[in-house]
Design a binder for this molecule. Structure first.
Ligand code: M6R
Length: 608
């Protein structure tokens, strides 16, 4: 989730300072490199954070306008060469970009054939060259930019600047947010309002497919087909911190709400629907080795480990590969028997969890092929594994992992399709999975609309001291996750169990003060779950059932019901985890706890 900030003004402010301060308030979006361009002073780029950029900026770096960027890598390593802004051949047209240009390869080939010289591996650079190319025929920067944008496919939030028209900056939005800040004699463009707010509270949000031009004196908005757009400015009273949270009270809630987008981002460009295939560019370098894999070991910690457990069900049932899932912290201290036909998959949001990293190193020593499912681009696990897949979930700020899990599960579906189609999975099954996968963002949106119902339930049960979560098959790990979320942000005693294990001990705890959340959505174990709920009710235990929309029977049995849309059993964990995340969130909020920074925990555990 890169950050963009652009400024043009005639009120005597130093553009360099305005832009650097603005970038600081965008750092919460994550970064691996930063850069700035002022037409009057040139460009400076660096790997690292804004502090690194500040150190590199010369004293005479001054100007009245400019564009700046914080990068969270998608294409290309986080190096100075790949940091934004990117320029055309002559260093005249400059661009900062958030998103992915999907057709950048074909555009780059065309531009190379026309003689353009590229300096980076970034998909973004094609935009600067495209504008340069159009400037040969179009009368103005504005027209050339519009022609270039009409050639581009993918997602973008963009700011473009042309050295010969230094006070004019062009912005465009397709899938990645862009907001304009309207000041008096100064105007701004940013990927969210946080860097704009210290200067003006008057903002205009662009819609997808819209282009805007700002100068010190004003702004205009039009569509990609050049028709004009009139939009009233919005006055926002958010503080900078509120703005970083997108208006939500906590990052955790914002990140849960990002679920639909996260699925889209993880899947983007990776499904070949008509062939029933997953295309995972990050695995191409080990394509031959993967064909010979006879066994998979997944290593991870915490929520990433729970993703691995769900992956085990998917991979064994649909790809026919034997899978073991193990805490990386245990794996590294035993003597695992591995060989070249074993793939060791490390799952990690941060890519820096020490135990997971050491498990990768142990796997390598023993000759296994090591793969990563990692969110943080360029992180140590991403670098040390032989190959892998990035989540593209954007940075996760809240200590409690939510959106990363959604994207890990979506990535594991992609792995299952990938391995499955190399083995026993038929095209019909694959196509059915892909078709259903594509419906998940909308279905998650529906679940998110039950926020108030879930908040009310959290309130109802907030005085309980213990909680049990039960599920079966691939929803057993989701029961573990429901309990983990409640433990880590509410400090509650919560246990996750396989519902089938209840009778072997845990049921002894059940009484009227010990509530259970039972995952009883439709699927092959539905009746078994209903029996388990009967057993709990017979012991006076309160039950919240997580059930499929339209299930009228369960309401007669359980005390409370949370409904989710129907999906195929394989994908049900991706939907079912969302209400449990919301439940934990509202539970902790109800207790007035520090949701985003729970006690005793760190976002990334880089010690043993
Ligand atoms: O960065 P990682 O995914 O490797 O982190 C693993 C765990 O530390 C992490 O999932 C932790 O359990 C979360 N706080 C759970 O919400």
């Amino acid at each position: 989730m890169c950050g963009i900030f652009a400024y043009t003004g005639k009120v005597g402010k130093e553009a360099g300072g305005v832009l650097l301060d603005g970038l600081l308030s965008l750092e919460y979006r994550g970064y691996d490199s930063a850069g700035i361009f002022l037409p009057e002073a040139g460009s400076v780029r660096t790997p690292g954070a804004v502090a690194e950029l500040r150190k590199k900026i010369p004293k005479d770096f001054k100007g009245k306008s400019g564009i700046a960027h914080l990068r969270w890598a998608t294409h290309g390593e986080p190096t100075e060469k790949n940091a934004h802004p990117h320029a055309d051949c002559e260093g005249e047209v400059w661009v900062v970009h958030n998103g992915i240009i999907e057709n950048f390869k074909e555009l780059k080939e065309k531009l190379l054939a026309e003689g353009h010289m590229f300096k980076s591996d970034s998909d973004t650079e094609v935009l600067a060259h495209l504008v340069e190319e159009h400037l040969k025929h179009e009368k103005s920067f504005e027209k050339a930019a519009l022609a270039a944008l009409n050639e581009v496919r993918g997602t973008y939030g963009i700011a473009l600047q042309y050295k010969k028209e230094p006070d004019r900056i062009i912005a465009a939005r397709m899938g990645s947010p862009i907001v304009l800040g309207l000041g008096d004699g100064e105007h701004f463009i940013a990927s969210d309002p946080s860097p704009i707010l210290p200067h003006t509270k008057k903002v205009v949000f662009l819609e997808d497919g819209e282009v805007a031009v700002i100068t010190p004196d004003g702004h205009k908005i039009f569509k990609l087909d050049s028709t004009n757009v009139k939009r009233e400015a919005t006055h926002i009273d958010w503080s900078v911190e509120e703005s970083q949270k997108g208006g939500y009270e906590h990052f955790m809630l914002k990140e849960i709400m990002e679920g639909p987008q996260v699925i889209e981002d993880t899947l983007r460009g990776r499904l070949i629907a008509d062939e029933g295939m997953a295309k995972l560019g990050g695995l191409e370098s080990v394509a031959n080795e993967l064909k010979n894999i006879e066994r998979i070991i997944i290593v991870a910690q915490g929520t990433a480990y729970i993703a691995g457990l769900v992956g085990e069900y998917m991979l064994e049932e649909y790809a026919g590969v034997p899978v073991e899932v193990e805490y990386a912290s245990e794996f590294r201290y035993r003597s695992p028997v591995l060989n070249q036909k074993t793939a060791l998959i490390a799952i990690s949001q941060s890519g820096e969890t020490l135990d997971t990293l050491e498990a990768v190193r142990e796997g390598k020593r023993k000759g296994a092929l090591t793969l990563g499912i990692v969110n943080a681009v360029g992180s140590t696990i991403a670098r040390e594994t032989d190959a892998g897949v990035y989540n593209h979930a954007g940075p996760e700020i809240s200590v409690a992992s939510t959106k990363a899990l959604i994207s890990q599960l979506a990535a594991l579906v992609l792995f299952t399709l990938f391995f499955g189609r190399q083995r026993s999975m038929g095209v019909k099954t694959a196509k059915e999975i892909i078709a259903e996968l594509k419906t998940l963002p909308k279905k998650i949106e529906t679940i998110l609309k039950s926020e108030e119902t879930i908040a009310a339930l959290a309130k109802k049960y907030a005085n309980n001291r213990d909680f049990l979560f039960i599920g079966r098959k691939s929803n057993y790990p989701i029961a573990l996750e429901g309990a983990l979320k409640l433990k880590e942000i509410s400090y509650m005693h919560a246990e996750g169990y396989s519902a089938g294990e209840m009778k072997h001990g845990p049921i002894a705890m059940i009484d009227e003060h010990f509530p259970t959340l039972a995952i009883a959505t439709v699927g092959s174990v539905y009746e078994k779950m209903v029996s388990n709920i009967h057993e709990i009710k017979a012991r006076k235990g309160p039950v919240i059932a997580l059930a499929t929309e339209g299930d009228k029977e369960i309401g007669k049995l359980a005390d409370d019901v949370i409904y989710v849309p129907e999906t195929i059993e394989m994908l049900s964990p991706i939907l079912n985890v969302v209400p449990l995340q919301l439940f934990a969130y509202y539970f902790a909020k109800e207790k007035g706890l520090n949701v985003d920074r729970p006690r005793n925990l760190a976002k990334s555990v880089t010690v043993e």
